[in-house]
Design a protein around this ligand. Structure first.
Ligand SMILES: [Zn+2]
Length: 156
């Protein structure tokens, strides 16, 4: 038998029936974790590509446009104010249940950023693309390093 066993025909495949219990932990990654820690501090960070001058929010470790690295010196604080680019109202949850009241999600371009952030719109009766908004964070004692530390955006 060779050192590396290569299967040439399907009848050579060995199978075992049964179940395997697997556990996994999803991580936000190096940049994602740092970004979430920023939210815990009440700050929103982005990374600005030194070549493209494009600012990503959430922060990234590499530029999706030129594939250049986005190192420590590219991290900048953006917002907490920004412009509502677009929005939509949700009346049905992913599980099919009716949302009462409906939720509103928006694309927000934070001041100092080029990319838009998708998040909840709160405390607003009427939303208009182009209106100014600001971030609303949970009280510091209630933050946990989660995207939910940022409650959403409200009109200015
Ligand atoms: Zn770039």
């Amino acid at each position: 038998m060779p050192l590396i066993e290569r299967i040439q025909h399907l009848d050579e495949v060995r199978t075992w029936r049964g179940t395997i219990q697997l556990e996994g932990v999803y991580t936000a990654g190096v940049a994602g974790e740092r970004w979430l820690r920023g939210l815990q501090e009440g700050k929103i960070y982005g990374t600005r590509c030194p070549r493209c001058q494009y600012t990503y929010v959430p922060a990234r470790r590499f530029c999706e446009r030129c594939l250049g690295p986005l190192g420590e010196d590219t991290w900048i604080e953006v917002g907490p104010q920004g412009t509502l680019v677009a929005w939509t109202r949700l009346h049905v949850a992913p599980d099919g249940t009716r949302l009462v009241p409906p939720r509103t999600l928006g694309l927000i371009r934070l001041d100092g950023a080029d990319a838009v952030l998708v998040h909840e719109l709160i405390d607003g009766r009427e939303w208009t693309s182009g209106m100014r908004v600001e971030a609303v964070f949970r009280p510091p004692a209630e933050r946990s390093g989660s995207i939910r530390d940022l409650l959403g955006f409200r009109p200015l």
